[in-house]
Design a binder for this molecule. Structure first.
Ligand code: C2E
Ligand code: MG
Ligand code: MG
Length: 480
């Protein structure tokens, strides 16, 4: 069969009337037009629908979905830009095509799939059990995107974030659903687990306030208003400084210092903690050289790392910072909390990699989390920092005294070093010294201070702490 187009015109000749029918074969033209319309709805690279194609398929599904639920699922590849930049656009294209192939293999509940933007994909899912169905889809895609080999390069695991929304009212339109799925995807981007996040109605308000604090925190990062203070760590027997702990603060535009508890968890939620961490690490490594020069001896600088920063890339981020600042790994101690280590499957591997760089690893705030001494045996750590809540109660609580004593005895067997945190009184220092605690940190010795104040204190006191107030006159007796 051929398609034709017929034009009919009236005709009058010599008083008689008739028609002229002109018929043309338009088959080829129609095919071409259909193809063009189709390409307008398709993504050339992956062969999936594009955004317009997706919207039209979604509208169809909403009209014909029957009694089943209809969901919009959005997926967004993690670290895609990084791969594109480091391994070239061809590698990036391969990854996008691999994702399309993986999507093709999904069960039939996926009624339509599209590449919505650069590295974002959309699915229309129809079924009666959408939540579990999205879980199945997400796991299947994760399996497919693991260990991709591109251009004979090293295998890469491509992760993604997943947000979705289920239609709740028949009046929900296609654009409404895509917008809500987008909000769920934004929420999913702030998690590291990669688990699908379902849309919730409070997400819009949360997004607005998040965008505001995100802007504040980004501005602080851009304007270098994140400052690092240093608190000396001393050898308890001799009072000599052996290192410093880098503690971040945010300086407001008005010039006030905001303590880390007020913004670290926010930075974690916003996915900005890596940037904060790198900034602190760079600053601390740079300042380490200055401190050593004034002191005339080597020290170790301790940097706190959030649970959210622990991933397979952490060692390479630390390695880059070491190279950038011309510092060897031996000068750096990474502090992690117990819960960060316990809650992370690959923590042991990450810690082992950090130690291969020469860095040492400390468990921070020991005693406040799981306090399971048994895991200390298996983990590649060098040091334990006893939380200040135990140090506080040393004179008053037998339990604290017992914990500190057991820990100190065990650390010898395990070859671990111990630092007692938050020592404020001479009595606490004496008890700890008596029990053989090797290192100490606390207001009794020195508060966290800006680099210039620390340098002044070091000069005045030749690296010994407690150090008389740095503002006192130089003529005073110095500790020997
Ligand atoms: P932390 O790592 O346990 O740091 C020790 C905290 O105890 C510091 O609080 C320090 O000022 C405080 N401290 C030290 N000696 C004494 C003392 O004698 N008495 C009392 N009452 N407090 C003392 P800061 O600077 O407010 O930091 C709080 C927490 O914020 C840190 O606890 C650490 O977990 C986190 N943090 C600080 N800087 C960073 C950072 O760069 N990255 C990350 N992820 N977390 C950070
Ligand atoms: Mg710490
Ligand atoms: Mg601590």
């Amino acid at each position: 069969p051929r398609d034709t187009e017929t034009v009919i015109r009236p005709l009058r000749v010599d008083g008689s009337e008739g028609f002229v029918l002109t018929t043309r074969d338009v088959t080829d033209r129609r095919l071409l037009r259909a193809e063009l319309a189709e390409t307008g709805l398709r993504d050339q690279l992956t062969g999936l629908n594009n955004r317009e194609g997706f919207m039209s398929r979604l509208r169809q599904a909403l009209m014909t979905g029957g009694g089943d639920s209809v969901a919009v699922v959005l997926l967004d590849l993690e670290a895609f830009r990084g791969i594109n930049d480091s391994r070239g656009h061809a590698a990036g294209d391969s990854i996008l095509r691999s994702m399309a192939v993986a999507i093709d293999r999904l069960p039939e509940t996926v009624r339509a799939a599209a590449r919505m933007g650069a590295d974002e994909f959309g699915l229309v899912v129809v079924g009666d059990q959408i939540g579990p169905e999205v879980g199945v889809i997400e796991r299947s895609l994760h399996r497919s995107m693991r260990g991709l080999v591109i251009d004979d390069g090293p295998a890469v695991d491509v992760g993604f974030h997943c947000g979705y929304v289920v239609r709740t009212m028949r009046s929900d339109s296609a654009p409404d659903l895509v917008e809500r799925a987008d909000l769920a995807l934004s929420a999913a981007r702030t998690t590291r687990s990669g688990a699908p996040v379902a849309y919730e109605s409070q997400m819009r308000a949360a997004l607005v306030s998040r965008l505001r604090s995100e802007a504040d925190l980004r501005e602080a990062l851009d304007q270098e208003r994140l400052v690092v203070h240093y608190q000396p760590v001393v050898d308890l027997a001799r009072g000599v400084i052996t290192g410093v702990e880098a503690l971040v603060r945010l300086r407001t535009v008005a010039g006030d210092l905001v303590p880390p508890q007020a913004f670290i968890s926010q930075a974690e939620e916003l996915g900005l903690i890596d940037q904060v961490g790198i900034h602190v690490m760079d600053t601390a490594l740079r300042d380490c050289a200055v401190i050593e020069e004034v002191l005339g001896s080597r020290i170790r600088v301790a940097v706190n790392v959030s649970p959210e920063e622990i991933d397979a890339d952490l060692p390479s981020r630390v390695a880059d910072a070491l190279v950038r600042n011309g510092v060897t790994g031996e000068r750096v101690m990474i502090e992690l909390t117990e819960s960060a280590i316990v809650n992370h499957e690959d923590a042991a591997a990450v810690l082992a990699d950090l130690r291969r760089l020469g860095c040492s690893v400390a468990i921070d705030d020991f005693g406040t989390g799981y306090s399971s001494l048994s895991y200390l045996v298996g983990l590649p750590v060098d040091e334990v920092k006893i939380d200040r809540s135990f140090v506080n109660r040393l004179g008053a609580s037998d339990r604290s005294l017992a914990l500190v004593r057991v820990l100190l005895q065990m650390s010898v067997t395990l070859g671990l070093s111990v630092t007692a945190e938050g020592i404020e009184t001479v009595e606490q220092a004496d008890i700890l010294r008596g029990m053989g605690c090797p290192k100490a940190q606390g207001f009794l010795f020195a508060r966290p201070m800006a680099l210039t104040d620390l340098l002044a204190a070091l000069q005045r006191c030749r690296g010994m702490f407690p150090c008389p107030d740095v503002t006192q006159s130089v003529g005073q007796t110095r500790p020997q």
